[in-house]
Ligand binder design. Structure first.
Ligand SMILES: Nc1ncnc2c1ncn2[C@@H]1O[C@H](COP(=O)(O)OP(=O)(O)OP(=O)(O)O)[C@@H](O)[C@H]1O
Ligand SMILES: [Mg+2]
Length: 272
């Protein structure tokens, strides 16, 4: 197995009652790339994220993680949900999930807790190891605050922040776990044009400056084209096409799934 692969999904399927939400989907996320899932509403994109996060068990198929020591393969589907973040996989949600009545800094420190390896007794007596972990957590949080330009909001209560800032805070919280793979579910949804442009810069910085691989779900085709190395298009749980952003967006099957008619291909290209 090639070592440039970070995560591979093989023949993934999941059924909810009568609905095959994901149907025999296979793909690989390579180290260092931004890999994007696109597709109309209900295509199964978030469900793929929920399979990787272990929120759902696949009905068939497997997910293999190569992010461990030496890239040795690990069956993700046999891991407990709480173990996923510690392996190096972090995510943001389609609907922001933050502690509303805590400050930005506190939200980031909570995100950091996957790295706390100190035991109960050391916590009780606040030993040196605990103190070191605390300091490391703060240093990481401060670095992320600076990276994402959140200094101004550092001590603000999340509940009082504008939506666009909360999206960045959620991204910051995920980064505080120091992931190898970042799952972003619709990072631009609800953002205006300017905020979307900023989000594109953050994603590029995360990939290029921090070397973190990104698996993203996104509807905004201009953002998709700008930041994605490769794109996978889904419809009704199935893979329609995979390739460069340009290849996938001009694939007639993709155009048809989005717009119902191949004649509209030019408008989709214009959005790119
Ligand atoms: N827990 C669940 N129980 C039953 N059906 C579900 C569940 N989760 C998802 N589904 C169904 O699976 C299908 C795929 O949903 P999913 O949320 O993955 O779509 P999506 O591609 O993320 O769409 P959107 O762009 O609207 O976010 C839909 O038909 C949805 O109703
Ligand atoms: Mg979704």
């Amino acid at each position: 197995m090639s070592t440039d692969i970070l995560l591979s999904a093989q023949d993934l399927s999941v059924r909810f009652g009568g609905v095959l939400a994901v149907n025999k989907v296979s793909f690989e996320v390579r180290r260092g790339e931004v890999f994007t899932l696109i597709g109309p509403n209900g295509a199964g994109k978030t469900t793929v994220f929920n399979l990787i996060s272990r929120i759902y068990n696949p009905t068939t198929g497997s997910i293999t993680w190569h992010g461990g020591e030496g890239g040795a393969p690990l069956a993700l589907t046999q891991q407990a949900p709480h173990a996923i973040a510690a392996l190096g996989i972090a995510r943001t949600f389609q609907n922001i999930e933050l502690f509303e009545h805590a400050t930005v800094l506190h939200n980031l420190l909570i995100g950091r807790h996957v790295h706390r390896k100190t035991g109960f007794w050391s916590e009780v007596f606040f030993t040196q190891a605990t103190r070191r972990a605390e300091i490391e957590a703060r240093e990481t949080a401060e670095r992320v605050i600076e990276l994402l330009d959140l200094q101004h909001h550092r001590d603000s209560m999340v509940a009082g922040l504008p939506y666009g800032v909360r999206k960045v805070v959620e991204l910051a919280r995920a980064l505080c776990t120091e992931p190898k793979l970042l799952l972003l579910d619709e990072p631009s949804s609800g953002l205006n044009v300017e905020e979307t442009a900023d989000m594109a810069f953050w994603i590029q910085d995360i990939q290029q400056e921090l070397g973190i691989s990104v698996l993203m779900v996104e509807h905004d085709m201009s953002l998709v084209s700008k930041v994605s190395d490769r794109v996978l298009a889904m419809n009704q749980g199935e893979v329609l096409a995979m390739g460069s952003p340009r290849e996938v967006q001009s694939d007639p099957k993709v155009v048809e799934a989005y717009l119902g008619t191949v004649d509209d291909v030019s408008s989709l290209r214009r959005a790119a």
